[in-house]
Design a binder for this molecule. Sequence first.
Ligand code: NDP
Ligand code: GDR
Length: 345
Amino acid sequence: MKKALITGITGQDGFYLAKFLVGKGYEVYGMYRRSSLDIGERIDEIINEIHLLDGDITDFASIIRILQEVNPDEVYNLAAQSFVPASWTEPLATAEMTGVGVLNILEAIRLTNKKIKFYQASSSEMFGKVQEIPQKETTPFYPRSPYGVAKVYAYWITKNYRESYGIHASNGILFNHESPKRGKQFVTRKITHCVAKVKLGLLDCLEIGNLDAKRDWGYAEDYVEAMWLMLQQDQPDDFVISTGETHSVREFIEEAFRVIGMNIIWFGEGLNEVGKFGEKVVVKINPKFCRLVEVDLLLGDSSKAKKELGWTPKTKFKELVAMMVNSDLKLISEGIKTNYAEMKR
Ligand code: NDP
Ligand code: GDR
């Protein structure tokens, strides 16, 4: 039985990757950092099928201890401060977690067992102000946030440990991928959660930032398979993982409202633009959600992954939006029923 260690097990990808690896017959270990809240929210349904270990990627000692205890065949580093706006408010913490944290893991692998295969969660945010369209493995990086800059460091240190020490270390350059397990701060889940609330009469209006940013949005469950495939190759390498389709935040909003039977019409311009359903304003701009500098357009070319890994995305944009809206409708209405039942007791 192969052993895999996943850092960032409590995150969106941590859940889908753990589920995938359990399905492949792996013994799965997840590293999580101590929290004052329950850690279970995302991983509840698989908690009995995995082992959880206390650690932090900024704490070198904890990584060494875990590697010695588990001696995994594969390590998937998904842990990071992953919310781009927080990288401007917490730039040093972001550099420590998202950048230097990766060096901690690589150094721990070098010291404990160089045969461990390593996956680094690299990001399309490294392309930032894009130097070509679509972006592929050879496209130069131009990060636009402290998060993107930290990911560029993490990408290069991964490559450097591969070249310096012969470690099987690969970068998956993943474009945005979403799911019903996506954090509610990220734009897709924020939209689907708010749209579900509008439908249930719990919210009047969605407040949003830049409507015109474009992203190549895929489904997280499809993407974790690519992570695993990278570590099954004879040689380590770097791969872009994307759908090859780009959509604006505006289009995501229109599609999400369409799922609940509402067609949005846009009026006005700039910060005064609003989205209306009939006479009712259901979308408005709040500058608080705009960024200091923006990544305007991401569109990936994953033909190398298709050719060498045999990987292709399965889920289309409209399916993804519908899945997320319907999941939020269910979650919120079940929540309401629970609260109502509790209130009556
Ligand atoms: P999430 O934000 O959902 O999860 C991040 C995980 O990292 C959480 O489990 C978090 O723990 C953990 N973490 C944060 N800091 C530390 C730390 N110091 N020590 C240990 N664990 C820590 O991210 P996703 O699942 O969406 O993404 C996974 C990885 O992929 C991240 O590295 C992200 O940057 C990268 N990525 C994501 C993309 C996407 O579209 N989702 C695209 C490209 C790259 P806690 O629950 O305690 O906060
Ligand atoms: P991103 O994801 O920054 O691409 O990083 P996010 O969903 O936060 O933003 C996508 C785009 O939407 C615009 N936007 C808003 N974003 C948020 N969060 N909230 C809003 O109200 C809002 N309005 C408009 C943003 O300006 C942006 O252009 C994600 C993260 O998962 C990273 O960790 C990962 O590396 C990249 O995807 C690939």
